[in-house]
Design a protein. Structure first.
Length: 242
């Protein structure tokens, strides 16, 4: 399936792209079936076959019917942002079986039972960063630790601007309407909401895919270029004089 001096790099990039594809299929499958695990399980074998055909270059009716993230058309298909030039892979029958086994690690029946709640470590780490902001590790707040934790949760749910306005109102220290502080908090809130929504736009996702592919290509070109080899500084011997 892979050959040449960049074989190791291509394997790594294909693994990243396959993981991203499986995660996207899983997320949109649960959204389409409204969290019904039995419906997701019954449709996943066809999705796995469609993923293999898509990477093989036979992206068409199989993706249109069975895939949740690839429409099977040139204008609307899985971008393959980690692979160079988005070229199809030359797979043998053994390669297809191997790829199916790799996909089953995440989309197989046993795996679906484990990930049925779609919990994500990224959400946990995002909250940990918010918690560290309200409760730094280098300081021990023994008396008001629980209050700081609740503040972090409230800030994570409502974002900084609205959270500050709501908390001051509940505490009886309501900010003056129309003041510069209120204007600054609302402006901060508007920027946070705008950035969050912009990250979810299709155009922004496509731009991130193109940027990711360009950076991976630059890394591969630099990493596999020979900068030093044994004896590169030795004087060249002219065989004619020997």
């Amino acid at each position: 399936m892979f050959s040449g001096k960049n074989k190791r790099n291509l394997k790594h990039r294909f693994g990243l792209d396959l993981k991203a594809r499986c995660t996207a299929e899983l997320t949109y499958a649960f959204k389409a079936h409204k969290g019904e695990l039995f419906a997701v399980k019954s449709h996943m074998p066809a999705v796995i076959k469609a993923i293999v055909l898509c990477y093989r270059g036979s992206c068409g009716k199989s993706c249109q019917i069975n895939s949740y993230v690839c429409a099977g058309m040139s204008s609307d298909q899985w971008q393959k942002g980690f692979l160079p030039n988005k070229e199809p892979l030359k797979m043998t029958s053994d390669d297809e079986v191997l790829v199916e086994n790799c996909i089953n690690v995440l989309l197989g029946p046993k795996s679906l039972d484990l990930v049925r709640f779609l919990t994500s470590t990224q959400k946990c780490e995002a909250f940990n960063r918010t918690l560290q902001r309200c409760n730094p590790k280098m300081v021990t707040h023994s008396r008001n630790f629980s209050g700081r934790v609740h503040t972090a949760v409230h800030m994570r749910n409502h974002k900084f601007g609205n959270s500050t306005i709501l908390r001051t109102k509940v505490l009886g220290a309501e900010l003056t309407p129309g003041s510069s502080v209120i204007k600054h908090l609302k402006q901060n809130q508007h920027i946070d909401v705008y950035c969050s929504k912009r990250k979810m736009l299709k155009e922004t996702k496509c731009l991130r895919t193109l940027t990711r592919q360009r950076k991976f290509d630059l890394h591969a070109a630099k990493h596999y270029k020979i900068h030093y080899r044994s004896g590169i500084a030795d004087p060249k011997v002219q065989s004619e004089k020997i």
